[in-house]
Design a protein around this ligand. Structure first.
Ligand code: ZN
Length: 321
């Protein structure tokens, strides 16, 4: 690390293109999918930084898919389906796709390959139609290197936002000399690149989730899933056993051992929107039980093992709550 100069990486694309270039690729190697759970950096002006929405260091589940012309359709569809799966996982269903196209009248803004624009836009339209998803088309919204599909959301304040983008790229092949060796042993430069980051910049996605759930995350996502509230100091020992057991099972539990009356502890846990509070006192300690109270105010007293099984099952199924 002591020699040479190091740089902050602004994006992953050129690095992946270099990996592609590194050795000859045969038509049989395609599609080639390079994924990277990487960080990128942008020197955003300080005035434009805003909470998690716009940051200078960001994480993305980024990938680049290198494919032949005849593979675009299947690859693009697979990426759209992956995106749908992700959003379903987060309980997000109020979104639509936008096919962002070029504008032939503005050839200065776009790579001037009309045949490729025509072909790729129609392939993507076909995919969207075949999937039966809600989508609209927008002219003059493409990237300069190819059409894209944007995933559009209405934010809680009613603003339309692009949450993630899947881009098709027929510029990289020329710029980075990408090719493959075809069936007859000849170089073919008809390499298409799909840029995809289904969960976008994670910081931004997290900001969206915080607003979407208004802080009340489903249990599998909650930073603290369970809060253990001893009735008094006398019950700290049993509370410690509860913590050890849940922690050992992988549940994110936190102990409120402040010298405060129980109602104050309950209030704080409610404000923190913790999915489950476990009140432990004399009776619970004696019986190996916990008095469970969920965010909706439902209460039940059950054996600790039983609660553990329930919460683990809820987390494993990523139930929305
Ligand atoms: Zn990219």
């Amino acid at each position: 690390m002591d020699d040479g100069a190091y740089y902050l990486k602004a994006m992953n694309c050129p690095h992946h293109h270099r990996i592609y270039q590194y050795q000859p690729r045969s038509y049989r190697d395609l599609p080639l999918r390079l994924a990277e759970y990487g960080t990128c950096y942008r020197n955003e002006l300080s005035g434009t930084l805003a909470g998690l929405l716009r940051v200078r260091g960001m994480a993305m589940n980024d990938a680049h898919i290198y494919c032949r012309r005849d593979q675009i359709k299947a690859e693009f569809r697979a990426v759209l389906e992956l995106t749908q799966r992700y959003f379903e996982l987060f309980g997000l269903d109020d979104y639509w796709f936008r096919l962002s196209k070029w504008d032939p009248a503005h050839t200065d803004k776009y790579i001037n390959e009309p045949d490729n624009w025509q072909y790729t836009e129609s392939v993507i339209r076909e995919v969207l139609e075949e999937m039966g998803v809600k989508f609209e088309e927008a002219a003059d919204e493409a990237a300069f290197y190819g059409p894209k599909v944007d995933v559009q959301f209405s934010s809680v304040v009613g603003r339309e936002e692009t949450m993630s983008t899947i881009q098709l790229d027929f510029f990289a092949k020329g710029r980075f000399d990408l090719y493959y060796i075809d069936e007859r042993g000849r170089k073919d430069h008809d390499v298409f690149v799909i840029h995809r980051a289904p969960l976008s910049v994670h910081e931004r996605f997290l900001a969206f989730l915080i607003e979407h759930y208004a802080g009340a995350f489903p249990t599998w996502l909650a930073p603290v899933q369970v809060k253990v509230l001893p009735v008094s100091d006398k019950h700290l020992e049993y509370a410690g056993q509860v913590m050890a057991r849940l922690g050992g099972a992988g549940v994110r539990a936190e102990l409120d051992d402040r010298a405060e009356p129980l109602p104050a502890k309950v209030r704080r846990a409610q404000l923190e929107k913790v999915p489950y509070m476990l009140v432990v006192g004399e009776k619970e300690a004696a019986a190996g039980q916990v008095a469970v109270r969920d965010r909706a105010g439902r209460q039940q007293t059950v054996k600790l093992e039983e609660f553990q099984d329930q919460v683990l099952e809820e987390i494993a199924r990523r139930r929305a709550g």
